[in-house]
Design a protein around this ligand. Structure first.
Ligand code: NAP
Length: 312
C-alpha cells in the first residue's frame, strides 16, 4: 500500500455510507471522497447549518455528489435514536458506518444523559449508534464499521473505577481512555459479529497528527481566558509546524473504509514519523487495546449505560 491515495480508492457506486462529524476535518474529507467515488453519503452532524455548508462545499467540488445531511448529537442518546430511526426510514440498508466524530481534552462536561462528555461522545455515543444501526448494516452483504481512534490510545487505560472521571478528571487521560475504548470496541464488535456469523468488517483507523478544529475546541472551552489563550496558541503553533493536512489525515480512514479484503480488526494509520504523518499502512494497537477481557467488560458496561443491546 505504498503511498496510497484517494486515486487508489475503489469506486463506491451503490454503497450507502454514513460519516459522523462530517462537517469538518477528517470526517469532511472522508465524506467528500466517498461521495466522489460514488457512495450515497449521509453527513451525520450535530449542527445542521454547518452540515449544510459542508454539503454545499462537497457539491461545489463534486457536482454529482449524492449527499444528505442529518442531525446527530452523539452527546444525547435521544438524538442518536432519532438519527437511527430517520436513517432506517430513508435508507434501505447501510454498507458503511464511519464513527469519526470526537472531542479532545475538553474541560469536564456532561452529556444529556449524564455521561462524561469525552467518553460519552467518542465512545458511548458511537457504541449506541452502531448498535441501533445494526439492523440496517445486516441488510447489506458486506457491511463495514470504521471507528476513528488515535495514537493517544497508547497512553490510555480503561479506569473502571473512574470511568467517567467521577473521582478525578484529567482532560488528556480521559481523551486517551476514550480513544482506547474506540479500539476495544472495534475488537469486541469484530469478535461478536464473527461469533454470530455476521459478515461485518469492524476496523479502526487514526489520522496521525492532522491540523483540524479538534485541537482548538478544548482551549476555547477553558474557563480561564489566559489558560485558553495560551493553550490555543500552543495548539495553533503545533498545527502549523508539526501537523499534516486534513487531506492526508483522512487517508487512513478512507483506506479502512474502502479497501476490499481488509481483515476485521485491522488498524490503519500513517506510515511515517511514529505514525504522525504519511500514507496509510497497517499499524499495531497497544497491548491494552488487544486485551479481550477489558473489551468484554467495557462492552457490557456500555450496553448497561446506553441501554442499547446489539441484536446479532
Ligand atoms: N486531528 C488529529 O490530529 C487527530 C489525531 C488523532 C485522532 N483524531 C480523531 O479524528 C476524529 C475527527 O477529528 P478531527 O481531527 O477531524 O476534528 P474536528 O475537525 O474537530 O472534527 C470533529 C467532528 O466531530 C463533531 N462532533 C463533536 N462532538 C459531537 C457530538 N456530540 N455529536 C456529533 N458530532 C460531534 C464536530 O462537530 P462540530 O463541528 O459541530 O463541533 C466535528 O464535526 C476524532 O475522532 C479525533 O479523535 C484526530
Amino acid at each position: 500500500m505504498s503511498d496510497w491515495t484517494t486515486a487508489d480508492m475503489p469506486r463506491q457506486d451503490g454503497v450507502i455510507a454514513a460519516v459522523t462529524g462530517a462537517n469538518s476535518g477528517i470526517g469532511f474529507v472522508a465524506a467528500r471522497e466517498l461521495a466522489r467515488a460514488g457512495a450515497t453519503t449521509v453527513l451525520a452532524v450535530r449542527n445542521l447549518d454547518k452540515g449544510s455548508e459542508a454539503a454545499e462545499k462537497i457539491r461545489a467540488d463534486v457536482p454529482d455528489a449524492d449527499v444528505t445531511v442529518r442531525r446527530l448529537d452523539l452527546a444525547d442518546l435521544s438524538s442518536v435514536r432519532g438519527f437511527a430511526d430517520e436513517l432506517a426510514a430513508s435508507h434501505d440498508g447501510l454498507d458503511l458506518l464511519v464513527n469519526n466524530a470526537g472531542v479532545m481534552a475538553i474541560p469536564q462536561r456532561s452529556t444529556a444523559d449524564g455521561f462524561e462528555m469525552q467518553l460519552g461522545t467518542n465512545h458511548l455515543g458511537h457504541f449506541a449508534l452502531t448498535g441501533l444501526l445494526l439492523g440496517r448494516l445486516r441488510k447489506r452483504a458486506r457491511p463495514r464499521v470504521v471507528t476513528v481512534a488515535s495514537s493517544a490510545h497508547h497512553y490510555g487505560r480503561i479506569d473502571f473505577d473512574n470511568l467517567q472521571g467521577e473521582r478525578r478528571y484529567r482532560p488528556w487521560a480521559v481523551y486517551c481512555q476514550s480513544k482506547l475504548a474506540n479500539l476495544l470496541f472495534t475488537q469486541e464488535l469484530r469478535r461478536r459479529a464473527e461469533a454470530a456469523g455476521l459478515p461485518l468488517t469492524a476496523v479502526a483507523a487514526h489520522p496521525g497528527y492532522a491540523a483540524t478544529n479538534l485541537q482548538g475546541v478544548g482551549p476555547q472551552m477553558a474557563s480561564n481566558r489566559l489558560v485558553g489563550a495560551v493553550g490555543g496558541a500552543i495548539m495553533a503553533i503545533g498545527n502549523t509546524v508539526f501537523a499534516q493536512s486534513e487531506e492526508l489525515g483522512a487517508l487512513p480512514t478512507l483506506y479502512a473504509a474502502t479497501m476490499p479484503d481488509l481483515a476485521g480488526g485491522s488498524y490503519v494509520g500513517p506510515d511515517r514519523m511514529r505514525e504522525m504523518w504519511g500514507h496509510p499502512t497497517l499499524v499495531k494497537p497497544s497491548r491494552a487495546a488487544r486485551d479481550p477481557e477489558t473489551a468484554r467488560r467495557l462492552w457490557e458496561i456500555s450496553e448497561e449505560l446506553t441501554n442499547v443491546r446489539y441484536d446479532f
